[in-house]
Design a protein around this ligand. Structure first.
Ligand SMILES: [Zn+2]
Length: 256
């Protein structure tokens, strides 16, 4: 690990986070993610580089557009900072390696999917497809898990949630799991292999139960409200890739 390189990776994460904010806004609105250049969604004024410095612009402008003074969501600096930190930690743990590249791409897809799912209750097919193609290339070029591990991971990931969806359709007569969640989990399995996939599924179910329960308890959500599941998949997966091997080892030692 190299100090200067750590700073560069952190800055790259911040800048990519800034681009992901554009994706989060534009993909569900079916707009191009490259053209036109960034503009304020309220007054349509094109933004200068001074308005686009990750985290700092938001702080200096006190969360308001420089031109029309409309509020800029807290989501913008949060996504930027989160990506900067995730990239930095992945680099500290894995160095520049195939694993770093795989997890960085995976986390990027998860951040975008989470923010879109919270706002629109969808996980865009194009986003998951892009991640899947990247995952296949990484597996075939030997930068990620073995192809067998990837294939089993994809079947377990997608298959488990497909089963949950079918069962809740049959037994509860309601949609328990959306198609987007099933495809996203399949893509994750492909990228992290079957062991971490099993853990990720368990953790996402726990996260959904705990956080969902708290949201009901504090009346943020009512019973019967749509609850996006993508964020829980993202939490389970990010915890798995950072602490998965330790958690699995601890679990096996405790049980046996
Ligand atoms: Zn504006």
């Amino acid at each position: 690990m190299n100090g200067l390189f750590s700073v560069l990776i952190f800055i790259a994460g911040l800048l990519l986070g800034s681009f992901f904010n554009v994706c989060i806004y534009r993909i569900p609105r079916e707009q191009s993610i490259v053209f036109p250049p960034s503009h304020c969604p309220s007054c349509s004024k094109q933004l200068s580089w001074l308005d686009l410095i990750p985290v700092f612009s938001w702080l200096f402008l006190r969360a308001r557009c420089r031109y029309c003074k409309s509020r800029i969501s807290f989501q913008y600096p949060m996504v930027e900072l989160f990506c900067g930190l995730i990239f930095l930690f992945l680099y500290i743990i894995h160095g520049i390696s195939g694993t770093f590249l795989t997890y960085a791409i995976l986390c990027s897809v998860l951040v975008i999917a989470t923010a879109i799912d919270i706002e629109h209750q969808i996980i865009p097919n194009g986003l998951v497809l892009t991640g899947t193609i990247a995952g296949v290339i990484l597996v075939l070029t030997g930068f990620s898990v073995s192809w067998k591990d990837a294939l089993i991971g994809m079947l377990i990931g997608g298959g488990t949630y497909l089963l949950v969806a079918l069962l809740s359709q049959l037994v509860l007569r309601k949609e328990g799991m959306g198609g987007g969640d099933i495809k996203l989990m399949g893509m994750i399995g492909l990228m992290i292999g079957w062991r971490l996939t099993v853990l990720s599924i368990l953790l996402s179910i726990y996260a959904g139960g705990i956080i969902g329960g708290l949201l009901l308890l504090f009346r943020v959500k009512k019973r019967g409200d749509a609850m996006p599941y993508g964020p829980f998949i993202a939490i389970g997966t990010i915890v798995s890739i950072f602490f998965g091997n330790e958690l699995i080892q601890w679990y096996l030692q405790t049980i046996f």
